[in-house]
Write a protein that binds this ligand. Structure first.
Ligand code: 3PG
Length: 307
């Protein structure tokens, strides 16, 4: 029987597997699970006879692709696909997809949750600040950025967005002020919420010049990827600006420096938590399963991300 493998170092909620299984089995495929694996060798072994693969942030490297001799399709159940070696997939004729939008609300809720947590000094009993009336800059107005904006409106925040790939009118229609340059966004906003992908253009692009231009009481919220931050330079901003705070969904490589020098001014999740809700797991996992069946049975290539 043809096998669809779910390989997740950070597993889906059980409810998501309960949703994925009937989709897979109704189409006549076998569902195989490799959860909480700790060694690359386990993944290399599990992919050997799989026709399809569902992953989260799991690294699908060239080595994995080469070990998967039966593989026709890999779906990243989520938005960012920087964990897939697209070139290796293309060379082997493997279709790579993501499931855009499926976990966006979960990430949006985490953004505002972390902002409230930090504005109230980690709920330590001291007087904090409020979000109402503060300026929030959405750096990239994609699926997650849109959810962040909707939720932030409920908090009474003043919204700005920068996204060169989205029409100004679309941003305006959502009650958000579009800005022309990334510099203007950072100069204007107390809070910046990052929603850019990690790629050759964006890696280390969030630098000293941008961050140090933010108004007093500034905070950067990163639920995108740690790689987009210039770590040496954010450390310099933290040192120069005692008012500056950094909140990130997963710790930067320089976490030890934050812990040693900037107590109370940062918060890092221990594991990537943005999409860690039952609802997001169900949405993204089931979408991945449906996309796989749609491709294997009908050649549907919607959401393909490689050439
Ligand atoms: C995404 O790109 O969809 C998020 O970063 C979620 O990643 P995860 O599935 O590893 O939690």
């Amino acid at each position: 029987m043809k096998k669809i493998l779910v390989a997740t170092e950070k597993p889906f909620a059980k409810a998501a597997i309960d949703e994925i299984r009937p989709i897979v089995e109704a189409a006549g495929y076998e569902l195989a699970l490799l959860e909480k694996y700790t060694e690359k060798a386990q993944l290399l072994d599990a992919v050997k006879d799989a026709q399809a693969l569902i992953v989260r942030s799991d690294k699908v490297t060239r080595e994995v692709v080469e070990a998967a001799s039966e593989l026709k399709i890999v779906v990243r159940a989520g938005a960012g696909f920087d964990n897939l070696d697209l070139e290796a997939c293309t060379e082997k004729g493997i279709v790579a997809m993501n499931t855009p939008g499926q976990n966006s609300n979960a990430v949006g809720e985490l953004v505002l949750g972390m902002m409230v947590f930090m504005a109230r000094n980690g709920f330590n009993g001291s007087a904090g600040t409020e979000l109402r009336g503060k300026k929030l800059g959405i750096h990239a107005y994609g699926n997650v950025g849109q959810y962040v904006a909707e939720i932030a409106k409920g908090f009474g925040m003043e919204l700005y967005a920068f996204d060169p790939f989205v029409a100004k009118e679309t941003i305006e229609a959502a009650g958000i002020t579009p800005v022309e340059t990334v510099e203007e966004l950072y100069k204007t906003c107390h809070y910046i919420s990052l929603h850019i992908p990690a790629n050759a253009q964006t890696k280390q692009s969030i630098n000293y010049a941008l961050l140090s231009s933010m108004p007093q009481g500034a905070a950067l919220v990163n639920t995108a990827r740690k790689e987009v931050i210039h770590e040496e330079e954010i450390l310099k901003v933290m040192a120069d600006r005692p008012d500056f705070k950094y909140l990130s969904d997963i710790a930067p490589d320089c976490k030890a420096e934050f812990e040693a020098n900037f107590e109370g001014r940062f918060f890092f999740t221990p594991k990537k938590m943005g999409a860690q809700t039952a609802e997001a797991n169900i949405n993204a996992g089931a979408a991945a399963a449906r996309q796989i069946i749609g491709f294997l049975e009908n050649g549907d290539e919607t959401f393909k991300v490689n050439k």
